[in-house]
Design a protein around this ligand. Structure first.
Ligand code: ZN
Length: 504
């Protein structure tokens, strides 16, 4: 087994991993609007499944600290962040020029609580990075994150702020090299663009390419300047199945781990690459999708798992629940436990669903060509490494006890901001297509989700003050059971972190 990078605090060969899971019980209440395919409710459905499969008591459950303006401004432009903070559904008519300028209004609508939503999902990913940096967990999970299309000064593809870029910037404070892997069906353009000219972050995106949003991610796009060969793109066609996908994922990622030796990995687990997705056209099973998590986990390197796309929400919840099990090393029963969203999962009420019989347009010769090409890029890197590939020093300078003594306003060194790439070639940004939205409400999931939105909008059933994690009590009803698993308020990203050398 290849094992690049650094060993986990829990030991190199352990089956179990220490997992920190970030969840805000409010996140399911944010609502993009009727007919919009992006439904934060899927995060709450995932959480309910985790609770009823009994997984919450095996991980540290943390409520993210909302990211502040200055945290978001580590990547995003000040005026864009101010705009996101101030815009409301009531005032948007007076700001038409700004809406257009920041690409907000259509695919990325203004909705109630938009800015808090951004703060919450970004807070989870950055909080996860801080936990990993401090060696407090082996795997951090934020299913609300993974909004990979957001740009420095622009919303895109249902994404407003790029929590992934922010989390990677945090990881770079401690790790010389960070690997980003993206298995969403869409190209991870926002993250690639942010790190296109650096050799400290390698981005690898597997996506549908050709007449598909966002239009970028050609196999020939490999990075620029110092970043040449540090952006990799794996263009795929409709109907790819588990076997075809793994025939690329494993050899490519195995080689990347061997050559790049990252100190930490961020894996974007967009679930729109699953079979039967409302916007997607791949044919992956949940096991096939989760195989990527299993494989990246096997290298004993700290991993941040984030969500992303995923528009058939019952399958998104299935997938991220199963992948949380994979992170923990717990195999889940296919028979789903009774819970408040059980009716979404009929008629079979199982965790797994069979992929379809759609045609796989990715023929063996095409897949072979793609694999050969990418391995060729990587062998070029192998023979000309521009970053010294040595192990990083241990995290001894980080002690939780010290953190409370420090001024939270000094959390990030304002002078340490990296130059985030305004120099990349223009061609990448000019090939943008719109993500297709289906404005109808005929999907039964939509109707249920709209009803649940109305029902849950006022209900907050979580206590957030306690640190106790108790097993579910079979004598309690589901609401009471949920309340048994108390969440901790994440305090790990409040104190200042070591200012990093950001001369990328
Ligand atoms: Zn997507």
């Amino acid at each position: 087994m290849d094992s690049g990078g650094n060993s986990l605090p829990s030991g190199p060969d352990g089956v179990k991993r220490k997992v920190s899971y970030f969840y805000d019980p409010e996140v399911g209440n944010y609502y993009y609007g009727q007919g919009h395919p992006m439904k934060p409710h899927r995060i709450r459905m995932t959480h309910a499944l985790l609770a009823h499969y009994g997984l919450l008591q095996h991980m540290q459950v943390l409520k993210p600290v909302p990211a502040r303006d200055r945290d978001l401004c580590r990547f995003h432009a000040d005026d864009y962040v101010s705009f996101l903070r101030s815009i409301t559904p009531e005032t948007q008519q007076d700001q038409l020029r700004q809406l257009k300028r920041f690409n907000v209004g259509e695919d990325c609508p203004v909705f109630d609580g938009l800015y808090s939503f951004c703060q919450t999902y970004a807070g989870g990913s950055v909080g996860g990075a801080v936990k990993l940096n401090h060696g407090l967990c082996d795997i951090a999970i934020n299913w609300a994150g993974g909004l990979h299309h957001a740009k420095k000064c622009e919303a895109s593809g249902f994404c407003y702020v790029n929590d992934i870029v922010l989390a990677i910037l945090e990881l770079l404070k401690v790790h010389e090299r960070v690997l980003y892997v993206d298995i969403d069906i869409h190209h991870g353009d926002g993250v690639e663009e942010a790190f296109y000219t650096t050799d400290r972050v390698m981005t690898v995106s597997f996506h549908k390419f050709g007449d598909y949003f966002p239009g970028t991610g050609d196999i020939r796009d490999i990075g620029y300047g110092k970043g040449k060969y540090y952006s990799l793109n794996v263009p795929l066609d409709d109907g790819i199945d588990d076997e075809s996908y793994q025939s690329l994922f494993r050899p490519i990622m195995g080689k990347v781990m061997e050559i790049f030796k990252p100190g930490a990995v961020v894996l974007q687990c967009g679930a729109d690459s699953l079979s039967g997705d409302r916007l997607g056209c791949f044919n992956l099973s949940i096991r096939g999708h989760a195989e990527c998590v299993k494989y990246m986990r096997s290298f004993n390197v700290p991993v941040l798992l984030v969500g992303g796309g995923g528009y058939t929400i019952r399958n998104v919840a299935r997938c991220w629940c199963y992948e949380t099990g994979v992170a923990l090393g717990i195999e889940l029963d296919d028979k789903m436990p009774q819970h408040e969203y059980y009716e979404y999962f009929g008629p079979d009420y199982t965790l797994h669903v069979a992929p379809s019989n759609m045609e796989n347009k990715n023929t063996r010769p095409i897949l072979d060509d793609i694999r050969v090409k990418l391995l060729e890029y990587l062998s070029t890197l192998q023979h000309a490494p521009s970053v010294p590939f040595q192990e990083r020093p241990p995290d001894t300078e980080f002690h939780e006890e010290d953190e409370d003594q420090q001024d939270p306003d000094q959390r990030w060194d304002p002078d340490s901001d990296m130059e985030v790439d305004d120099n990349r070639p223009i061609s990448i940004r000019s090939r943008v297509k719109r993500e297709i939205m289906e404005p109808d409400l005929k999907d039964a999931e939509d109707v249920k989700e709209t009803a649940d939105h109305a029902r849950d909008n006022t209900a907050v059933s979580f206590s957030t003050g306690s640190t106790s994690l108790k097993p579910p009590n079979p004598n309690l009803g589901s609401d009471q059971q949920e309340a048994c698993v108390k969440m901790e308020q994440d305090s790990s990203n409040k104190p200042p972190d070591q200012p990093a050398d950001m001369n990328l």
